[in-house]
Design a protein around this ligand. Structure first.
Ligand SMILES: [Zn+2]
Length: 375
């Protein structure tokens, strides 16, 4: 049992347990792997192990240290994450410069992270980890630890340190005080400067499997077709799954069908109401927007599979098998590959801030053409 609600990654967990058992702790660790694989959560778990005062298994879950750690309120553990652009005045703690509203949001997000380690701590407009924050850290780290045990600096999204911050951080990494370890996490290992990389023990986190995600979802009240869509949309990313679980999955499915019917039948009236509707969704919740388009992509992939005689076991929208079969009867020559490209391109364009209504209209036209003539 882990202190935080973590999935799989057993090898890494064993490795960390062994390190604690042998009391062989490195100055720095770099926990890396695709987003939503759990690198942040396991770093939290490691911090808990290091400070647990339990006798047998660590973290025990009930000692004073574990109790505090569970709420991410341990005096020895410092969390570092990107914060909104603030002054780089050397001697100020930039976190103290945040507005009351931002502090409140931050505390809320920290509580949520303790509850679900796959959630991200992410304040709006956070672009990097400022040097002032690293300097503040440096001033405090050499003070004696507030509690017995290990001082742990947990840096989430360590790739968000700019050069200045990274170089200041490197100094700490080169000579950390006794009984101190720095845990860096990232899903973009390529953006970590080599000098930091070479001073940390690397630990790679695999993308979670569809079975991991599915097993997790079994504990919730979802229908089988919803689970299958969620598993496929999440694609091994627990952070993305958590966001998806906050969405109305029924709405995603309905919208998918609505869009497909509108394009196939080329219902002009609905097209002109649908495009601003989708643009609004994109503006308010870009992730939901991408999920709807991805669900459409899966729909065409399903149609392609059925065309090749695959059974419903592998379909994402298996509950719509009859609808898909009817589509195949009417549009036998549709080009699934090109349609998928068109949808992916549309997502790309919109991410690059291309005028969304135009991009959507263009996508609708192209899909209509690629579906082909009705038999
Ligand atoms: Zn404990």
């Amino acid at each position: 049992m882990t202190l935080f609600k973590l999935l799989n990654q057993k090898k890494n967990l064993e490795f960390l347990q062994q390190a604690v058992k042998n009391d062989k702790i490195a100055n720095g660790y770099l926990f890396y792997g695709p987003e939503g694989s759990g690198s942040e959560g396991f770093a939290m778990e490691f911090a808990a192990m290091l400070n647990c005062t339990g006798e047998d298994e660590r973290p025990c879950g009930h000692c004073g240290s574990c109790q505090k750690m569970k709420k991410l309120e341990h005096g020895n553990v410092t969390l570092v994450y990107p914060i909104p652009g603030v002054s780089t005045v050397q001697d100020e703690n930039p976190v103290a410069k945040l507005s009351n509203e931002e502090i409140e949001k931050l505390n809320e997000q920290i509580r949520e992270k303790a509850e679900n380690p796959y959630k991200k701590i992410k304040l709006e407009k956070s672009k990097f980890i400022p040097i002032s924050l690293v300097r503040h850290l440096k001033r405090n780290i050499y003070l004696s630890a507030p509690e017995k045990g290990w001082k742990v600096i947990l840096v989430f999204d360590a790739d968000m340190m700019n050069n200045e911050s990274a170089n200041a951080f490197l100094k700490i990494l080169e000579e950390p005080p006794e009984k101190t370890t720095l845990l860096l996490t990232t899903s973009r290992i390529g953006k970590i400067i080599p000098t930091i990389k070479s001073r940390c023990k690397p630990l790679f986190f695999n993308k979670l499997s569809n079975d991991d995600i599915k097993n997790y979802l079994m504990g919730f009240d979802y229908t089988e077709e919803q689970i299958r869509l969620l598993v496929n949309l999440a694609d091994g990313n627990m952070t993305s799954l958590i966001n998806l679980m906050g969405q109305d999955i029924k709405f995603i499915k309905e919208m998918t069908l609505d869009i497909l019917r509108t394009i196939a039948g080329w219902d002009r009236k609905r097209i002109f109401s649908m495009i601003p509707e989708l643009a609004k969704i994109q503006k308010e919740d870009s992730e939901l927007f991408v999920q709807i388009l991805t669900a459409i992509n899966f729909w065409f992939r399903d149609a392609e599979m059925l065309r090749h005689g695959v059974t419903d076991k592998e379909l994402v929208h298996f509950d719509q098998e009859m609808t898909i079969r009817n589509f195949l009867k009417s549009y036998a020559d549709f080009d699934a590959y090109e349609i998928n490209q068109v949808i992916d391109n549309c997502i790309d364009f919109i991410n690059r801030n291309v005028y969304i209504n135009v991009a959507l209209m263009d996508m609708f036209f192209k899909i209509k053409k690629l579906i082909g003539k009705r038999n």
